[in-house]
Design a binder for this molecule. Sequence first.
Ligand code: SF4
Length: 422
Amino acid sequence: MTSRANIQVRALRDPAAFAAGIAAAGLLPSATHERVRNILASPLTGLGPYGVLDVRPLVAALDEGLCARTPLAGLPGRFLFALDDGTGDVATQNADISAIPDADSLRILLAGEDHGIRCPVEVTVPLMLTAAESFLTERAAQNSEAWRLAELQDGPAQVAARIAELFTSHVTVPARVTALVNTTATARVTAPVTTTATAQVAAPVTTTATAQVAARAATKVAARPTVGQTSAEGPGDRPGDGRPPLGVTPLSITPLGVIPLSDGTYAIGAAVPLGRLSAAHAAVLAEVAGSEGIVRLTPWRGVVVAGLSAEEAASAEAALGDAGLVTDPRSPWVGMTACTGRPGCAKSLTDVQADARASVPALRGSRSVHWAGCERRCGRPRSEVVDVVAVPGGYRVDFEGVSRTHRELDAVVGDVRSRRIG
Ligand code: SF4
């Protein structure tokens, strides 16, 4: 499992048969756009206790719109969209284009920066798609090979300016962004993008699905404090200052244990140790979900099974635990991550996953740890972690600017434990 809630399936005996099987199951809807269908959504959206907007219709519309726009097949495979239901979980996951409810509209974040773009729910999908097209246009204008919006020079601000220009009657933008439209942005607009964007702005507005979402959002948003409100206003609270939003609390672990849902049913959340979901794990998940259950993956290498009765959730918790999945938030597996390491990665200096597994019993109560087989530190979470990086002859432990190198695993574990909270 990846930090984008994707699954990479390894050790296949017959890849062609496997591909045919998942295509038949509807998991490969677009041969041309498969690599760019990277959309994160709040794992409990529409079900959980914290979200204010069910983003499932937006996810479906964004996926459909992404596959329908030919130029977007040219997005880099690393480019990421996120639709947050107000929980504040996936808006903090470093997506290139994110949307999160904000009072009676949605706040658009560009590479995590708030440039003051607010739009009604029914315009969110065409706006996000146009922002992605604008990234491609800006990338071409800068003669860049950038994979991410943040890698472009002034990328988020340039895309904000293009959105302000193309969605004039649909979005609210601060004057600072509008001014940018009249200078650099206008010169960069190309005919194909303008045509595509304006032609698709109006179409989704009147669809039944988005109208229902709008009504639901209006009701729920009115019933709870605005996401993003803080008691002490700081510079980041003001729309359009380009800084990360304040007041959105990053949730950096997967939902765990039995979770009561808003419709009276229950979900069970589990972490997958080191993100390695075995065939046996998958079989148990399918069994506890049954024919009616809902299975969702999380970007914290976890899984949620929803739509269960209280009794089913209790027995599912036991079954998942017996299979080796983690439902206890106090488990040392929670917060432990590792890259592929040896033998899967040729760059790795050692089998980091084996060392991580061996160290788990001794690391209960320690800080979160990321093990890496080389300095690249693939899969490192965005949250604060102790880094354990393989070096010739041992490991180096890095935390808050203090690095120590050890030859023995016991010494590594002792060092990690010494970086205790508080
Ligand atoms: S961090 Fe290094 S060793 Fe680990 S998967 Fe990435 S490239 Fe390979």
